[in-house]
Design a protein around this ligand. Structure first.
Ligand code: 13P
Length: 288
């Protein structure tokens, strides 16, 4: 039976696993990730930030996903990651995205509620099946290898009671929270506040699923603890970028190969290996 986008997250909640969001900006990344998702029979989320989808093309991203869905029978969720304006939400919806992350976390609390609620209503008008994610707290860092310390101040963390209020007042399906996570891989090992997550889970269970951004560089045991305490979607970008980049650089440095479909294969496979490990860790294999 084909599940709707929202039902995929409900199934993850019922069965206690997380679905990986893998950020992409090129067709070969999508191809490499699909190869692994098919092998592991896992549902998959492709995340495209505003910059990533401006490069790939919103219609192109949708059409590629549709083609892979038809060809493989595997469910694909295409998420407009960190979308900062209603115009950009509308652009993604019109192209056919089935998932929206509206990121109003830089706004003040009431303005974040107002704009997120507007987006939730806009998405519902497009289709009742579009799953919407909101965000609260401050997510530090950027999706790259950061060769210094990334400070995560106490005020960056999401307050569980405020997250519950935010969900009730906006109607979002998913809630991105900050519990010590940040974008990118810095020199410090992340330390997730699992106790704070557990408090959010108690308040949000059955109302919205909880999302962990900044999934790169977090030790496996902390990822497992986060899933045990309610995380149902985990975003990964930097580890994919690094695997692709480092392998491609090595191949180009070491060979004279000029044919893209030859020199890209190792980079795609290296990135695929990261995805394979994440899907196994997140528990979404055989859940498609
Ligand atoms: P990382 O780059 O740290 O994996 O974070 C990705 C992310 O959260 C995308 O929204």
């Amino acid at each position: 039976m084909n599940l709707s986008t929202k039902q995929h997250f409900q199934k993850a909640e019922r069965e206690g696993y997380a679905i990986g969001q893998f950020n992409v900006s090129t067709a070969d990344q999508i191809k490499a990730i699909m190869k692994v998702a098919v092998k592991l029979k896992s549902p998959v989320i492709f995340g495209t930030s505003e910059g990533e989808r401006d490069f790939l093309g919103v219609r192109e991203a949708v059409k590629l996903c549709e083609a892979y869905e038809e060809e493989t029978g595997l469910p694909i969720i295409l998420n407009a990651d960190h979308t900062k304006s209603a115009d950009k939400v509308e652009e993604a919806l019109k192209a056919g995205y089935n998932s929206i992350h509206f990121d109003g976390s830089e706004l003040d609390y009431e303005e974040n509620i107002k704009q997120t609620k507007y987006v939730v209503q806009m998405c519902a008008r497009f289709s009742p099946d579009i799953s919407v994610e909101g965000e609260l707290g401050h997510l530090a860092g950027v999706s790259k290898i950061i060769k210094e310390k990334v400070e995560i101040k106490p005020e960056y963390y999401t307050d569980p009671a405020q997250a519950a209020d935010f969900v009730a007042r906006t109607g979002v399906d998913r809630m991105a929270i900050i519990i010590g996570n940040s974008h990118g891989i810095s020199i410090d090992e992340p330390k997730l506040d699992i106790e704070r997550l557990a408090q959010s889970y108690t308040l949000l269970k059955g109302k919205a699923v909880i999302v962990l951004h900044g999934g790169s560089g977090i030790p496996d045991d902390q990822i497992q603890a986060s899933i045990q305490n309610g995380i149902r979607k985990i975003n990964v970008n930097t580890e994919l970028r690094a695997a692709f980049h480092d392998t491609l650089k090595k191949v180009l440095d070491e060979t004279d190969e000029t044919t893209p479909y030859k020199y890209l294969v190792s980079a795609m496979d290296a990135m695929g290996n990261v995805v394979d490990n994440k899907i196994m860790l997140f528990g979404s294999a055989n859940k498609a």
